[in-house]
Design a binder for this molecule. Structure first.
Ligand SMILES: [Zn+2]
Length: 121
């Protein structure tokens, strides 16, 4: 991969992570701020449902942030865009669509076939 492509993905991943981290911060403050005004049990139930949803969202986000960090580390190490399984280059098109991809499309497809067959993740 050329240096300009690495710079492009580094920028993209860094911005994406900042966006996720920024939003996560807002959510926590929002939850704390809304807590005080609620005495009605129904409102509380609604809040708890929303909070469950928010926490699930944040759990997904934190998984994504870990993947972004791993990809940024790969860029530093010179391993970015190389398939974990077969060691071949992952296409730029695939990385543009999914910058945190760690497998080329062939290995990804094979992995998904295995997951379908054996039900493992
Ligand atoms: Zn591969």
């Amino acid at each position: 991969m050329e240096q300009k492509d690495l710079d492009y993905f580094k920028e993209l991943l860094t911005q994406w992570r900042d966006e996720l981290l920024g939003r996560a911060g807002d959510t926590v403050e929002g939850l704390i701020a809304s807590e005080d005004h609620l005495s009605d049990p129904l409102d509380r139930a609604v809040l708890d449902t929303e909070r469950g949803y928010t926490f699930r969202m944040r759990a997904r986000e934190s998984v994504l942030i870990k993947k972004i960090n791993a990809s940024l580390q790969d860029i530093e190490d010179g391993d970015y865009g190389i398939c974990d399984d077969c060691g071949r280059g992952i296409s730029i098109e695939r990385l543009r669509a999914r910058p945190v991809a760690r497998r080329c499309i062939r290995c990804k497809t094979k992995q998904e076939d295995r997951e379908r067959l054996f039900g493992t993740g």
